[in-house]
Design a protein around this ligand. Structure first.
Ligand SMILES: C[C@@H]1N[C@H](CNC(=O)[C@H](c2ccccc2)C2CCCC2)[C@@H](O)[C@H](O)[C@@H]1O
Length: 440
């Protein structure tokens, strides 16, 4: 598994889940994937982009909601109701760039099979001919690249409730043999669409989801060869049923074992859903400090964070999601140097700490960066950093936000003394590395 430098240095990407499901924008904020009882998951699915499936599970709150509020109307009515009248891609991308995102991955076709471009085989069931009446992928790719960011394409290869199987998925045991299409016709359909995405938009990331149809597995070596020939610095994720992976992915708390890989990416929503969910309140969302600490934790362990925004059907970003990105932006402005193009600090050089204070480390060639958060008042602005002997030079301590800091060597590390260390948003102290040890 190798990835091009741009991907490992990027550290932070923004995921976009936008589709007809953004019209009802309705799910139960049940909990995080990996922390919800699988028996509960499908009938109480917090993923608002699963609305079509969830709303067909008799007795589920979504079923009731669809019946009482939307009169049980056909799902495709939501495609026509989706107008994106306020969609301003440059505005979105400006915010993402200020938040420090270096790449953007957008849904081109989610499980509902609705394409956000004039995809082959879809006839008029796409956003060019219905609803927004726009090639949303072209609009987004253009805006992303105009701002100097990389553009990735999400494609639901493993599930397509229109062109593939429409069976309602009530339980994860059913998803493989019951919910996923395996027919040769669907495999050809999906292959044609991914090749079209490659040829039209040259996505820098090929982000497939939920695997690939059995009948199409033999097509993948050629597809990847074509992809790399077309996009030499392209990156392929790991959700192709084992066919290939440049890096591994986890999602919320699911598949976190993949985070032991050399190259990996954790994806999650700002709340509990990828598609916009009108039922989510502040209590369900990460606040800026939690989002920054998640980014720092992921980067300190050598991964990328792909944080999702779920735009509203009208093309605006939900205010509370904007606020989180604005919060990340204000922190990133002063601390970018400690995050981007860094790598994990040599094992044993210093101790991270999950408790109070919360401590994480990164390094680049010449410096180590200590991230400190939630320092209790009782610590009176002093924190012991347990570091290996002689690794860091205390005399070189600098706070990236410019505030004064003192650092003194003590037997088992370095004591840092500084005012206002206790913020939930991490404080960063930079030290010169006394020995520029190579990182294995
Ligand atoms: C980015 C999100 N991906 C979801 C699919 N996720 C996965 O297949 C999840 C997954 C997570 C990590 C690696 C591979 C697969 C599995 C679901 C149950 C346990 C792990 C989609 O169902 C969801 O709508 C959204 O697009």
């Amino acid at each position: 598994m190798t990835v091009p430098g741009w991907f490992s240095e990027a550290k932070f990407g923004v995921f976009i889940h936008w589709g007809p499901y953004s019209v009802p924008a309705w799910a139960e904020p049940t909990g995080e994937l990996g922390a919800v009882d699988p028996e509960m998951w499908f009938a109480h699915n917090p993923y608002a982009e699963w609305y079509w499936n969830t709303s067909q599970i008799e007795g589920s709150p979504a079923y009731e909601h669809h019946r009482t509020v939307h009169g049980g109307r056909p799902y495709d009515d939501f495609l026509d109701a989706w107008q994106a009248e306020s969609f301003d891609p440059a505005d979105w991308i400006e915010l993402f760039a200020r938040a420090g995102a270096r790449y953007v991955v957008a849904t081109t076709k989610h499980h509902d099979g609705v394409a956000l471009w004039d995809a082959p085989g879809t006839g008029t069931r796409n956003t060019v001919h219905r609803g927004p009446h726009r090639d949303l992928i072209a609009d987004l790719a253009t805006a992303v690249r105009a701002r100097g960011l990389r553009f990735g394409a999400y494609y639901s290869g493993g599930l397509d409730w229109y062109a593939g199987r429409r069976a309602v998925i009530r339980h994860e045991d059913l998803i493989d043999d019951y919910g996923r299409p395996h027919e040769a016709a669907y495999a050809a359909y999906a292959l044609r669409q991914v090749r079209d995405l490659i040829d039209r938009y040259r996505p820098d990331v090929l982000w497939n989801d939920i695997g690939w149809p059995d009948a199409g597995m033999a097509d993948l070596p050629d597809l990847f060869a074509h992809y790399y020939a077309t996009v030499p610095e392209g990156v392929v994720n790991d959700r192709w049923d084992g066919a290939h992976a440049d890096y591994l992915t986890s999602e919320y708390q699911a598949n976190r074992q993949n985070e032991a890989a050399a190259h990996w990416e954790n994806c999650r929503g700002i709340g509990l859903s990828f598609g916009f969910n009108r039922n989510e309140g502040p209590e369900h969302l990460l606040d800026p400090a939690a989002a920054v600490r998640l980014l720092v934790d992921v980067v300190s362990r050598g991964g990328n964070l792909l944080l999702n925004v779920g735009p509203k059907a009208d093309g605006t970003l939900p205010g509370e999601q904007r606020a989180v990105l604005e919060g990340i932006a204000s922190w990133t402005a002063a601390h970018a140097g400690a995050v981007y193009a860094t790598r994990p600090l040599d094992p044993g050089a210093a101790m991270s700490h999950d408790g109070t204070p919360w401590i994480r480390w990164t390094r680049d060639d010449d410096h180590a960066y200590a991230f400190l958060a939630d320092v209790p008042d009782s610590a009176r602005g002093q924190v012991l950093l347990k570091t290996g002997p002689g690794m860091l030079d205390p005399a070189t301590a600098v706070r990236l936000d410019g505030r004064p800091v003192r650092a003194d060597a003590v037997p088992d590390g370095i004591v840092v003394t500084s005012a206002e260390l206790g913020a939930p948003l991490p404080t960063v102290v930079r030290f010169a590395l006394t020995t520029s040890r190579s990182v294995d």
